[in-house]
Design a protein around this ligand. Sequence first.
Ligand code: ZN
Length: 304
Amino acid sequence: MRITIFVFIIILLASCSSTNKESTNDGKPHVVATTGMLYDAVVNIAGDKVAAEAIMGPGVDPHLYKATQGDLAKFNRADLIVYNGILLEGKMSEILKKLGRQKPTIAAAESVPREMLKSAIGYEDAYDPHIWFDVKRWRYAVKAISHALVKLDSANQKYYETNMQTYFSKLDSLDAYVRSRISEIPESQRILVTAHDAFVYFGDAYGIRVEALQGISTVADFGLKDIAEIIDLIIENNIKAIFVETSVSEKSINAVVQGCKEKGHEVKIGGYLYSDAMGELGTEEGTYIGMFRSNVETIVKALK
Ligand code: ZN
């Protein structure tokens, strides 16, 4: 898996460097986003008015990701840098802070009002950075990106603002879709067990109890005690399925399945959820809306 990711990054870097050459020639502002979700928001608002690129591709864990030499070159070329913030990009925070003193840089998730943020479990004075799995919170990030684009390229202000409104109505439809699909799961079965805590805002917004083995960052390890607690919870609530994530190792979730089996409870893996990274660019799951819908379909199918 690690080798595949590595190879993918190499391909991504190679393909990005060729786009860079084109974009520097055509004079468009250069926008660099850290995660795929942010990149997708930039593309939806800016269309072809900017040359946009993402640092992290599918399957990449933003908590652990360290900037490569190629990434640093991208950041240096950028006219605007968009990152999540709230310490999601834990290993890049120093670099991002430094770049913020040199050029326009926004931490899009930090535009969510403080009262809408949840504390990070196990971390004093820190907030949970995974705001994208509640459409209402994500709208703030999208709006912040739109404002930053207008500031960068005011000649296209109308274009960006119109695109933002169009995208907002798509996001509203997504929000309604999620609510209606989740209501198909019997209330007693609305419990989402995953490897790491990326779905707290999702649970809060859509009425699902969320239980995870690891805290909100994949940096911390999980212990045997966590596994035992989750196993008891699954058996107590007769949960049918638990989920693996595309950017987190399956090891912990497999241990839970095995542990349940030893206690005579059959729990299946309900499928892969996109948590901190999206699917391949060019596929449905390579967009924010497509990724979200895919997750909801996976969850509803397995828990219904
Ligand atoms: Zn995460």
